[in-house]
Every structure is written in structure tokens, then in C-alpha cells.
Design a protein around this ligand. Structure first.
Ligand code: NOJ
Length: 556
């Protein structure tokens, strides 16, 4: 079996370090906790882990506010803990992807502190986007840009003498000032950070807000009255998807390629988190010589409707075809409502519930959500390309939809003026043992967000070895995916009626695999003589595939 370009069909498991495993019992996950639990992933059958940030940070945005790019926050451990974790992962055959946050730093970063202490126009200020305010007294924000977390994207500073000063740009929290990427010093610093982690054995990077680094010169106003979420063309907004970002990634690719071991293909990878439309623009990030992968969020955003899903999959595959790049697939991550909850609502095109769910919102149907989530994953893991899993989805974890508002930590809740609940619901610590304190998350009761009771029933030890459990379904899917190498296959659609999503994908070991998902109709009859390899739920031997169920079949 070819291992060339491992990332083309890799399954990459996202660990959110705060919430995966807590070794020291302080209620917050840490690197030694991760090291101890890595055998779970080797047993699950994934190829790599991607860790959300564990760097030194005041944690105003759960670590996406980095104060020191070359160190581990004491909450998560030390650099020696990182080395031990990486060594253990490699020993188990797992690669390690780290998160790089190049659009902004924390306001605690020494560069930003120096910028605050320095004069307008100084080299220290030139590393960030400081501008004079508008209006006669400079007390109007330099333009109309809004922060992703709500409210204006500009904050006015107070000068050392106490008088109001310039403004700085923060596309996210006020504690996350945007770097100025037109300043060569910024690019050089980030390249040096990449090399720091590559030298320590990191196998690649997930690039945070990859489409945001370059802003249109002069910082013109954003189109008034339009929401970025509805944009047909992301690049119409002067802070997103500007052509200059690609120059940065050409440079980065040269850096990762320079780590190739002689005689082997280069195997350190770069994956963009870029919320970019249309898909043709997104595909530009994975041109030859640029990034290896880019997250494809259109699949995640598709409602549970067969025709819509088929269209999204087809468009996604076509978009990257010209560049011979693999497509990526993902259903859950630390920024969106878990798919076991998202799919527990009636499918309404365009309604995503990305804004989080609170106790007084309509609640998802847990049973329907889980059934559809299992079916959706069964489809996803058969698609050609690479797939990303989010910690706990292999247990079928729902979002914590009843969190008390006073425990919420995502800045979105406050910054949106309590209109958007934010992302805490998908970040609740993972349950490992149904009967242990904090369900085995750590050695104590402590957990930085409270775990819903149902997490106890869904703990790893309650599902391991249990036929029909979600954990065993994931294990079976990942084993078969490897065996048949469907991630490197070719997809052909099959028409089995309007409610069935059906396709055949070629296998490297024998006949192709037929994948059928019943996305909302009567039973779907299974083709005569086909053999079931794996099913997301019980099959009715008489009538066939029940609603919200998916199956892999051999097609000989
Ligand atoms: C995307 C990350 O996934 C998200 O969690 C974070 O808040 C923003 N980027 C800002 O860094």
C-alpha cells in the first residue's frame, strides 16, 4: 500500500487540549493527559492528530490568543511535555499537526505591549494595524469593519500620557490585535515560528483564519448592509481572501518542503482554515506549490437533504480536480454545534445553528440527531480525500445545549450582547469512564465546563467492545476505509431515488464500495446480492435501509 503523500486520504483527529484529558486534576486538559490517552486514537484507526493551540496565552479566546508562539502555556504543560507527546504519537504511528495563529496575536504578546508603549508611526506599531481615528477628534473608528465576535473591529488605545490615541484593528476579540502582513518582519517571524515547531517534530500546521492575513490597502469600508455569512464572494469583503495571502503560502510551502528527508517525499503538511466562497476561490489555496489541504466547510454546512448533499459533494470534488489536490471533509469542530445535535433539527436549508444552543432555545431531537450523525459520518468516511474528526464525535456526543449562561467562556456570548450563545457547547470535556469523577476526564471532579449527565452513558468505557455503539461504528469505518483505501478512490453517483444519496467509490483492494444513505424517505431497497460491510444502524432484512441510515456494500 502506497504511503506516498500520506495526507491525501488521511483521517485527522482534532484534539481540543482544554477538553480531551486532564492529567493534573485542575479541570483543564493538558499535554501529559493527551499523551496518556493517545492509545485510544491508535485503536480508533486515525492517521494524525491536530491540536488546537496550547501556547502561552491569557486564554481570552481559548488559546487562539497567543502571547508566546514558542512555548507551552503552564496550564497545558511544558515544551518537554510536547516532546514526550510527539514522541509517543510517532511511536504509535500518529502524526502531529499543530495550530498556527498568524492573523493576530494576544494583546499580551511582547510585540503588542511594545507597540502600546511606542509612538504612532514607530516600527513597534508597524507590526500591527494601528490607524488614526476619523472625525475632528479622531474618536470615530477608522472604518466600518465589525469583529467576528460582534461589535466594532477597532479599539482605541490610551497613550502613555493618558490621552486618547490611535485605534488598532482586531477582527476577533479586542485582546487579539491583527498583525500587519505588509511588514516583512511579521512574515519573517512567522517563518521562524514554523521552523521552531518543525524542528521539534511537528508534522504540519492547521492555519487559523488563513484567508484573513492580507487586507485591501487603505482599509476601505466593507460593503454596507451585507453579512459575510451570506456573501457569494468572500473576497468582496476587504479583509478576507485577498490575492496577497497566496504569496504567504507559497513561501510556507517551501519551508515545509525543505524538511523532506532525502529519498522520501516531503511529508510535513499545511491545511488552511479558510471560510471562502465560491469553492473555486477556496481551491486556489491548494494549487500546486501552495497548501496541501484546505478545510471544506460546505459539506458541514449542508442540510440533511439528499439533493443538497449530493450537489455539495459534487461541487467540492470538481473544485479541486484542476489542481489534483485532495478534498477534505469535516462535520464537527470546536467552532460549530456538534453534528449529533445540529442534525437533530428539521433540515432547513441555510439554517446552521452555528451560534450555539441555550437551554431556552428549541432543543434538538437527540435520537434523530445521533442517527443522522452516524449516517453522515458513514457517508463522509467513504468520500475520496482526507477527513477530519472532532474529539468525542466517535462517541456520538451531543452539544451541551443546557449550559447555564454564567459558565460560558466563549467571548462571543458577551461580545454579541448575549444574542449568540457561542461555542462552549461543543467544547465540554470528553467522558472516558462512565463511573469516574468528571467521567474520567481527569482524576478529580473538576471540569472547566460542566459535563451533561448523558456524557456518562456515552463514555469510552461504556461503548468499547459494545456491538452497535458509535465508537465501534467509527472503528469499523476507519478499519474498512484503510483496507479499501476509499480515500484514494474515484466516486460515481448512482440514482436510487430522490431521498437516497448513493455513490460507488473504487477500492484499492478489489471491487468498489457502494455507499447508500437514506436521507429521509421510505425504506431504500438494497441491491440484490450485495454484502453489507458496515451500517450506521439496524437494517430491515425485508424492507432494506431505514430512514436516516447509511451503509457500505460490496458491489460484485
Ligand atoms: C478560528 C478558530 O477556529 C476559532 O476558534 C478562533 O476563535 C478564531 N479562528 C480566531 O482565532
Amino acid at each position: 500500500m502506497s504511503q506516498q503523500q500520506w495526507w491525501r486520504d488521511a483521517v485527522i483527529y482534532q484534539i481540543y487540549p482544554r477538553s480531551w484529558a486532564d492529567h493534573d486534576g485542575d479541570g483543564m486538559g493538558d499535554l501529559p493527559g493527551i499523551t496518556a490517552r493517545l492509545p485510544h486514537l491508535a485503536g480508533l484507526g486515525v492517521d494524525a492528530v491536530w491540536l488546537s493551540p496550547f501556547y502561552t496565552s491569557p486564554q481570552h479566546d481559548a488559546g487562539y490568543d497567543v502571547a508566546d508562539y514558542r512555548d507551552v502555556d503552564p496550564r497545558f504543560g511544558t515544551l518537554a511535555d510536547f516532546d514526550a507527546m510527539t514522541a509517543k504519537a510517532h511511536e504509535l504511528g500518529l502524526r502531529v499537526i499543530v495550530d498556527i495563529v498568524p492573523n493576530h496575536s494576544s494583546s499580551d504578546h511582547p510585540w503588542f505591549q511594545e507597540a502600546l508603549a511606542a509612538e504612532p508611526g514607530s516600527p513597534e506599531r508597524a507590526r500591527y494595524m494601528f490607524r488614526d481615528g476619523g472625525g475632528p477628534n479622531g474618536d470615530e473608528a477608522p472604518n466600518n469593519w465589525v469583529s467576528n465576535f460582534g461589535g466594532p473591529a477597532w479599539e482605541r488605545v490610551t497613550d502613555p500620557d493618558g490621552s486618547p490615541g490611535q485605534w488598532y484593528l482586531h477582527l476577533f476579540d479586542v485582546s487579539q490585535p491583527d498583525f500587519d502582513w505588509t511588514n516583512a518582519e511579521v512574515g519573517d517571524e512567522m517563518e521562524s515560528v514554523l521552523r521552531f515547531w518543525l524542528d521539534r517534530g511537528a508534522d504540519g500546521f492547521r492555519i487559523d483564519v488563513a484567508h484573513g492575513l492580507v487586507k485591501v490597502a487603505g482599509l476601505p469600508d466593507a460593503p454596507a448592509g451585507h453579512e459575510i455569512a451570506d456573501a457569494v464572494r468572500t473576497a468582496d469583503f476587504p479583509m478576507w481572501d485577498q490575492p496577497g495571502v497566496h504569496d504567504i503560502y507559497w513561501r510556507w510551502r517551501k519551508v515545509t518542503d525543505s524538511y523532506a528527508v532525502e529519498g522520501q517525499d516531503a511529508d510535513r503538511i499545511l491545511c488552511a482554515e479558510a471560510w471562502v466562497r465560491p469553492s473555486e476561490s477556496l481551491a486556489l489555496y491548494v494549487r500546486e506549490g501552495e497548501l496541501h489541504q484546505s478545510f471544506n466547510f460546505s459539506f458541514l454546512m449542508s442540510p440533511w437533504i439528499a439533493t443538497e448533499m449530493q450537489q455539495v459533494i459534487q461541487e467540492s470534488l470538481e473544485a479541486v480536480e484542476a489542481y489534483a489536490a485532495p478534498q477534505t471533509w469535516v462535520l464537527s469542530n470546536h467552532d460549530v454545534v456538534r453534528h449529533a445535535s445540529r442534525l437533530g433539527y428539521d433540515p432547513v436549508p441555510g439554517l446552521l445553528r452555528m451560534e450555539g444552543i441555550g437551554a431556552d432555545d428549541p432543543q434538538p431531537d437527540a435520537e434523530v440527531g445521533l442517527r443522522r450523525a452516524r449516517a453522515a459520518t458513514t457517508v463522509m468516511l467513504a468520500l475520496p480525500g482526507s477527513a477530519y474528526l472532532y474529539q468525542g464525535e466517535e462517541l456520538g456526543l451531543p452539544d451541551a445545549t443546557q449550559l447555564p449562561d454564567d459558565v460560558r467562556q466563549d467571548p462571543t456570548w458577551e461580545k454579541s450582547g448575549h444574542t449568540s450563545r457561542g461555542r462552549d457547547g461543543c467544547r465540554v470535556p470528553v467522558p472516558w469512564e462512565g463511573d469516574a469523577p468528571s467521567y474520567g476526564f481527569g482524576p478529580t471532579e473538576s471540569s472547566w465546563l460542566p459535563q451533561p449527565e448523558v456524557y456518562g452513558e456515552l463514555a469510552v468505557d461504556r461503548q468499547a467492545g459494545v456491538e452497535g455503539s458509535t465508537l465501534e461504528l467509527y472503528r469499523a469505518l476507519l478499519r474498512l476505509r484503510r483496507e479499501h483505501r476509499v480515500g484514494r478512490g474515484e466516486l460515481t453517483w448512482r440514482d436510487l431515488g430522490e431521498h437516497a444519496l448513493a455513490f460507488e467509490v473504487t477500492s484499492e483492494s478489489g471491487p468498489g464500495i457502494l455507499v447508500i444513505a437514506n436521507v429521509g424517505g421510505e425504506f431504500v431497497a438494497l441491491p440484490e446480492g450485495s454484502e453489507i460491510l458496515v451500517a450506521s444502524g439496524p437494517i430491515d432484512t425485508e424492507q432494506g435501509l431505514p430512514i436516516d441510515t447509511a451503509v457500505w456494500l460490496t458491489t460484485s
